[in-house]
Every structure is written in C-alpha cells, then in structure tokens.
Write a protein that binds this ligand. Structure first.
Ligand code: 5RP
Length: 224
C-alpha cells in the first residue's frame, strides 16, 4: 500500500464531510495533516467559512501555514465535528490514539464535539485493540514512580525523544503500555481512569461514529 497516497485520499474524503459554517475539532498526526491540506483547498475554492480547534501545537502551526482559521474551546466550547487519526481501529470503531502524544487534547476536543470521524490508512485496522500497538497514557511526572508501580503488569515504558523523556504539549510524559490484545477495553479504561497520576489514556471507546479507511482501491467507510 502507498501509505502517503492512502492518507491523501482519506484526507480529501474527510474534507468533503465539512459543512459551511461548522466549528471543527482538528486532530493531530500525518493523516490529519493530509485532511488539513484538503480542507484549506476547500476553504479557498468554495470560500467555506469554518473555524477549528487544534489538538496540538503542530496542528495549530499547520493551520496557520495553510490559512485555516482557528479558535479555542474557551471561545467555542461546543464543536460540530472532529476529524482525527488513530493508531488502531477495532471493528466496532473503538480506537487507540496517542502515537503522536496528543491524546489528552484529542480526547478533550472529541468530548466537546457532537460528531467524531476517524481517518486512517488500512494498516491501522485491527481485530482486537492492542494487538499491534502499545497503549499510550499521559502521566504527570510527579506521579511517575507511583503510576509505574501501579501498572507494572502492563510493562510501562517511558517514551523518549533523543534520549530525553518525550514531553507532551501539556509538559507531561508518556508511558506506552504493552497491553497485548485488550479483551475488555472498558475494564482497562476504568482501571486507568482510577489510577492517580494518569492524566488521560489513549483508549477512545464509543467515540467514533464513522471511520474512513484509505486503501489502494480507494476509501472504505465503516459506520457504527
Ligand atoms: C496523535 C494521534 C494520531 O492521531 C495517531 O498517532 C495517528 O497518527 P498518523 O495519522 O500520523 O498515523 O493519536 O496523538
């Protein structure tokens, strides 16, 4: 599969879902980057009037470069539609996110949004979440020793960047959890929600209403 081409195709299809006047949640990652390019084209060609809340500094910067108007949840606490990527997609459209480390803001924006559409290339499809991707969690550094101990059975690994701890846009660190196939995602989500020091986890359960999957043959649509 030509992954870059699959991302472009799915990004273009996602841009077609946007209606004039909408307030958008703008996810993070390379698939979203392709969506933003297609959205900027529509804004220019059709004089679409939309504004988006970016989920990362990277997406904010891309919007500025592409001329996509942005806003904040402070100004617009409810959003119509969020478009975001994912690291794994289960058949019921539950997701693992956080490969880029933006999972906290992504979950905030998803929660503020009436609709959420995931956009991925075909490599992200999984039968069971966790079978091919470790689950990221964002952790407040002060609590890191405690969280590591609490989750020792999931073999937490501190994410690094050039030898230093990777820092999120919120100044926190990421632990990647080697969960293996997650048989009960709700139970794991509840466990992580209860773990003091975990700011947020990358399980997005019952969030996506639709997933667009870029393949060599075009874009497949999966709906819940
Ligand atoms: C960032 C994310 C991204 O959406 C996810 O990592 C997918 O990225 P890409 O589109 O580059 O594969 O969750 O926190």
């Amino acid at each position: 599969m030509d992954q870059a081409e699959a991302k472009r195709k799915v990004g273009r299809r996602a841009a077609e879902l946007v209606d004039d006047g909408q307030l958008l949640g703008l996810g993070s990652g390379s698939t979203v980057a392709a969506f933003l390019v297609a959205l900027a084209d529509r804004i220019e060609e059709e004089t679409l009037s939309v504004r988006g809340v970016p989920t990362s500094h990277d997406t904010q910067r891309r919007c500025e470069e592409l001329g996509i108007p942005t806003t904040t949840l402070d100004e617009e606490p409810r959003l119509a539609l969020t478009i975001d990527g994912a690291d794994e997609v289960a058949p019921d459209l539950d997701l693992i996110k956080g490969g880029g480390g933006a999972l906290f803001r992504e979950k905030v924006v998803a929660t503020a949004s009436d609709r959420f559409v995931a956009i991925v290339d075909a490599s992200k499809a999984a039968d069971t979440l966790g079978e091919g991707f470790d689950l990221p969690i964002e952790v407040v550094e002060y609590a890191l020793p405690l969280v590591r101990e609490e989750l020792v059975d999931l073999d937490p690994e501190l994410r690094t960047d050039d030898g230093d701890p990777f820092r999120t846009d919120n100044g926190n660190v990421i632990l990647d959890l080697a969960t293996g196939p997650i048989e009960d995602p709700q139970a794991l989500a509840h466990r992580l929600d209860r773990t003091v020091g975990v700011l947020e986890h990358g399980l997005f359960l019952d969030v996506a209403e639709r997933c667009l999957v870029g393949t060599d043959d075009g874009v497949q649509e999966r709906k819940n």
